[in-house]
Design a protein around this ligand. Sequence first.
Ligand SMILES: [Zn+2]
Length: 320
Amino acid sequence: MDKLGFGTAGFPSKASKKDPLAAIQIVKDLGLDCLELEFVHGVRMRDDLAQDIGKLARKLGITLTAHAPYYINLNAKEQDKIDASINRLMQTARLAGLCGAYSMTFHAAFYMKDDPSTVFGIVKKYLKQITDRLHDEQNPIHLRPELTGKKSQFGTLDELCILSSEVPQVYPCLDFSHCTIDDPSIENDTTFDRNSYDYFAHVFERCKKALGKDPLQEMHIHLAGIQYGPKGEIKHLSMKDSGFNYTDFLQACRDFNIRGAVICESPELERDALLLKNTYLGLTPGKRKPAIAAVKVAAPAKKEKAAAPAKAKPKKKVLN
Ligand SMILES: [Zn+2]
């Protein structure tokens, strides 16, 4: 991808929920670059409409991503729930693929009190099955489990980096709101202030070491301000109200030459997406150099080519 674009999670607030084509035009008119199609409550769309969405987005130069339904748990105890989760992911991949989306994100699994390494193996097994099917269908969409930052949910930075290095067509979706603000429901990492340039740089550095340089050129990022209570997330806030250090985050994006889509999930959807874009455009690369402390990072692991998923060999876990 040739740049870092900014857009909204779902249609801009002034767009009708029933008119995706008008919503894409509004995104363009606002001066934004991306739109995330929200299939979070179900995957329903006519194929011909999906194709029209793809045509219009291409014509206007709008990059599309998708969010799969919330009701997904690849570590469910009942096989029918796992099968339903796989179906929802496949349906999202097919429709989002018809729309021309390059990437789709989802919340992969709950730990259900199981050992995280067991859950990792289960998630990996099912994602491999799904990417094999997508490969057979010649659907190149990226499957991106989201960085969740919750004790109950699969999706730490380590898990996502290892998974992405081992399964073709799988990459992380980095939700910085889920991992940066001082969320009391997650383990405190004392190495970094999670709302700082050094932490953002650390995350990009880690992805680069685990996945190679290319994934940084087609990232899928979520951002929102979040208000936390003792049990974790309460609600999303606007960028300015939240205290999220978006200027330093965007500076890290500049310095690491991050490309792809930054999807804003703030309640002030388009206003905050534009705030992010305009702030980013005003920054100069290299203004701040990463001042990363001695942090253990993984050795580079080569990404298998998506064209040959059947040959993907299990690799050693290289991250802590
Ligand atoms: Zn999400």
